[in-house]
Every structure is written in C-alpha cells, then in structure tokens.
Design a protein. Structure first.
Length: 345
C-alpha cells in the first residue's frame, strides 16, 4: 500500500459550528461536528466511513470537499493544499473532486431536464460547443444505465434509483479523480441499492476513481470498501483494512457496531452475542472529558474519564484511539482479552 500514491491527505481536520445566545447573539460555545480527524485515501481505493447518526460523517465529507469553510486543519487533494483556499480559488479544483448526495430528490433541480442537470458542470467549467456537450451527456447517460430518450424528461418522472444515477452522471461529467458518496443508497429500496453500488464499482474499475463512501450500512461497506474508518462523536476511533476491522475489531465501539450486523446464516446468527450500548450519544456541543466514548463503553476504566486516548498505529495500517491498547494503561487496571490482543499486535 505504501507504493500507491496518496490522492487525499487530511490532517487534524476540525469543523466547529458556533453557538450564539442572548439578545446580542454572543458566541457561547461550539458544536464540534468534526474534531481533529486525520486520514489518507490512496489513488483508486475506496475508504468506507461508518458510525451512527450525528457522529459527523457527512460533515466530514463536505468539509473535505470544502463545501464548508473549515475551522482548522490541512486538506490536500492531488498534492494541492485546499484547506485554506478561498471558495473563489477553489473553482479550478472542483472538476477534480465531486460529490454524490444522499437524497437524489433534494439535490436535483425539479425545473431542469436531465440533460440540463448532467450538462450543468460542463456549462460552468468548459467552453465546449452545444453539440459536444450533448455528446458528453449521452455518453454519461450510457455509462450510468439511463435511456438517452429520457434526456428531456424532468426528475419527478424517474424512480429513486434512476435519480441517483442522474446524480452520479452529473458527478462524473468533468472526469473527477475523487468522489465522495454521502450515503448514496440510504434513500433507495433494498432491491435498487445493489444496482447503484455495483454501478459505482464498475465506474471505479473503468475510470480509476477514488471514493470516500459514507454509510450506515456496515454490510454494504464491507462489500465496497478497501479500508474502513469508524467515527464516533466527531472523531475517528478506528481505521483499518476492511477484513482486519471486521474480523478483529480493537475498539469497544467498533465491536458493538459489528455485533449489530445481522448474519444471513441462521446458525451463525443464533450464536452472535449482541453488545447493547447503554445511554445516549453525548452532545457534540458538550463532549465528555477524556474519551468521547467513556459514557457508554462497557470496558471503561478510570483513565478513560480523564485523558483523551492517543490515536495511534497498533499494526501496519490499523489505527485505534483506545486506552485498552495504549501504554498509558495503569498497572492496576483490569486486564482483558482485548488488551491482550493489542499487546500481541
């Protein structure tokens, strides 16, 4: 993996939304939606990002593409630092990086035809002739499996899966290198989800695309991702190659998430022990002291409530932020199988 080129490099990314209060709207705090996230994405790979609702997955994706002005941190895409660039200077970079949004109904203009929607990026970023644009629109419709005869129809005439294909065609219009897929299958019927995911995989193979795939669906992420990052309350708590993460999770939260995934084999499903987390996710406006997960962790120790664990590499490519695997675990702390696994690594 070290031989492959890093297309996306994110270092200590923070995205805070200010809280104001009182008549004078004074700044009284921040919602820490993304709080010090670091990761790389290699050219041609898919990084899956998972976590429960409100953990900051979508905000992180939008911040990486600079759809928001970030609070702090470094974002490099194709070797270019974009974290501090103005929105105006980012226009030239937009063809390189695109996004497929969660709700295909909401992200398509109902007053524009399919041809106009797919062709809009070409209008903005090229000076092609009308005939050349139309050829490219038809080419894109073919690529995503849409009938050319529907080019002059409006979004309301299409199903959810077809609308998502329109969104994917629009994202591909300018030959991007990097696409963020923000829960692209969440709003679709189960029968259509596999079609859209298979389409994304085929396009990746044909065009050499790099994906950041954000999803709740752990089974689908296992199918499509090369590496998986697990987020909780604005932070990445574990990042590892897909099979290693699913077979041997090292963070208690990852264990709990994976225990909730149903298995198609009834015999295996009957043996699975569900890990039920108690309590609610804390507010990102007032995260707990120490580890963000300490209020719900079944393996919590005293140090977890005092010190935020270091996010570090336990094995090649396997990063974890947990005191169970850190050298800072006091000698009198309870030992368990998970701690032993960290030492063996």
């Amino acid at each position: 993996m070290s031989e492959r080129r890093k297309l996306v490099e994110v270092q200590d990314l923070k995205m805070y939304f200010p809280i104001t209060s009182g008549v004078l709207r004074r700044h009284s705090g921040d919602v820490k939606a993304v709080d010090g996230v670091s990761f790389d994405i290699y050219e041609g790979e898919t990084l899956g990002v998972v976590g429960e609702s409100g953990c900051g997955k979508s905000t992180c994706g939008r911040a990486v593409l600079r759809l928001y002005d970030i609070t702090s941190g470094s974002i490099k895409i194709d070797g270019v630092e974009i974290g501090s660039k103005s929105q105006q200077s980012l226009r030239k970079m937009r063809p390189t990086m695109q996004m497929v949004f969660q709700d295909p109904q909401a992200c398509l203009n109902p007053r524009m035809t399919v041809a106009a929607i797919i062709g809009e990026p070409l209008d903005e970023h090229t000076n092609w002739s009308k005939a050349k644009k139309l050829d490219r629109i038809y080419e894109l419709m073919d690529a995503v499996g849409l009938n050319r005869n529907f080019a002059n129809r409006y979004p309301h005439a299409f199903s959810g899966g077809q609308r998502q294909r329109i969104g994917i065609a629009r994202a591909l219009a300018l030959n991007p290198k990097f696409i963020i897929c923000d829960e692209p299958i969440a709003a679709l019927d189960v029968s259509i989800q596999a079609q859209v995911v298979n389409l994304l995989e085929e396009l990746q193979d044909e065009l050499g695309l790099t994906y950041m795939f954000i999803s709740h669906d752990l089974s689908m992420v296992r199918h499509i991702a090369d590496r998986v990052a697990v987020m909780y309350l604005g932070k990445i708590i574990e990042l590892a190659p897909r099979d290693r993460l699913y077979d041997n999770p090292m963070h208690p939260y990852t264990e709990a998430l994976l225990s909730a995934v149903p298995d198609p084999d009834p015999k295996v499903e009957a043996r699975v022990e569900r890990i039920i987390l108690k309590g609610d996710v804390p507010s990102p406006a007032n995260p707990p002291r120490g580890c963000n997960f300490c209020t719900r962790c079944p393996k919590v120790m005293d140090i977890c409530r005092e010190i935020d664990p270091e996010y570090r590499e336990l094995r090649p490519g396997h990063f974890v932020a947990c005191h169970l695997h850190n050298d800072t675990v006091p000698s009198g702390a309870p030992r368990n199988e998970l701690t032993q696994q960290g030492e063996d690594a």
